[in-house]
Design a binder for this molecule. Structure first.
Ligand code: 2P0
Length: 320
């Protein structure tokens, strides 16, 4: 309800997340309603810390990792547009301060954790009293993948069926996987790539191959649920890698083509396939960029560090 009087909010935290079954394509671009359900794992303590302070200026002031963003920056505009949902027209502006604990070297996008933390801060500041499902819906309006970052652990984003999107939100799975590791491998990319939002729009509009994506995603989601329930790492890794490569196939089949890979990305994939052939259980997933995220279990950590010394490792269910 726009027009409530905001109060200064506490700092709120939301984790970043990595999808094992990807969100790629919207059926509603206004509400960020997905074509397919997706499934992710939240990255523990890596994410965004956000605070909202009402200010007496005529515009919002957005700070990211200690730097003030230009009001014209795309990210500033998305944050202000999100805040417009809660305030009376032209009323009450904010200083939004976000600090990301995601190492900048990791090459992870921050819009998922950023909008999830912002949704928590808005709930606090406007004293909306929303439950976690409603918070997830709210976060989704800022960025689709943010609806999964409202939760810890394994999270399924149920696509929902309603036109108003109230049933399209994250749901946390009861299972944990204490030994699961995610290794972040940054491939240096000087080339500026197309952001996810315009990338998925292009794929939906131009790739005939995209027709088969919802079927693939639905089958992969089933397999991942089963892998998580029974603790089958091979099934989890294979399904996640197959899902990511299938998503990239639809990207490549778009026009103009969307190729997020760099030569180093492919070299890294080939190294993983070789290691796997030699008996090392390691798989990868990739998002709308050149970086790889390795999936493996704690027992393989030392050996993988020998092969990828610069890898940043996160244990989503670890206690640190
Ligand atoms: C995912 N990605 O499931 C997929 C895989 C990128 C590739 O969710 O337009 O930033 O804000 O809803 O959430 C990135 O898309 O897009 C994403 P918007 P978002 O993680």
């Amino acid at each position: 309800s726009p027009g409530r009087v905001p109060v200064t909010s506490e700092e709120h935290f939301a984790p970043s997340n990595i999808a094992l079954c990807k969100y790629w394509g919207k059926r509603d671009t206004q509400l960020n309603l997905p074509v397919n359900a997706s499934l992710s794992v939240s990255l523990g303590y890596l994410g965004s810390h956000t605070r909202l302070v009402p200010i007496d200026y005529s515009a919002d002031e957005i700070w990211l990792n200690g730097d003030r963003l230009l009001p014209s920056a795309a990210f500033s505009q998305r944050i202000s547009a999100f805040l417009d949902l809660f305030r009376a027209p032209g009323q009450c502006h904010f200083r939004v301060t976000t600090r990301n604990s995601i190492p900048t070297a990791a090459g992870l996008a921050s819009s998922a954790s950023g909008f999830a933390a912002l949704a928590l801060a808005v709930n606090d500041s406007f004293q909306l009293g929303l439950n976690t499902e409603q918070l997830s819906v709210l976060a989704r309006l800022g960025s689709g993948s943010a609806c999964r970052s409202v939760f810890k652990g394994f999270v399924e984003w149920q696509m929902g069926q309603r036109e108003d999107g109230l049933d399209s939100h994250g749901v946390v799975l009861p299972e944990t996987w204490p030994g699961l590791c995610v290794g972040l491998i940054k491939v240096d990319a000087s080339v500026k790539s197309t952001d996810s939002r315009s990338g998925m729009k292009r794929t939906v509009e131009t790739a005939h191959l995209y027709q088969s994506w919802p079927l693939q995603a639905a089958a992969d989601l089933q397999q991942l649920r089963r892998a998580i329930t029974v603790g089958d790492f091979t099934l989890l890794g294979q399904t996640a890698e197959h899902n990511a490569l299938s998503m990239h196939a639809t990207m490549i089949a778009s026009w103009p083509p969307l190729v997020y890979w760099q030569p180093e990305s492919l070299a890294c994939m080939q190294k993983i396939w070789r290691l796997r052939q030699e008996g090392l259980p390691v798989y990868f997933t990739m998002d709308a960029g050149p970086n790889l995220k390795l999936l493996f279990e704690r027992d393989q950590l030392e050996e993988l560090m020998r092969h990828f010394p610069d890898m940043e490792v996160i244990q989503p269910f670890g206690d640190d």
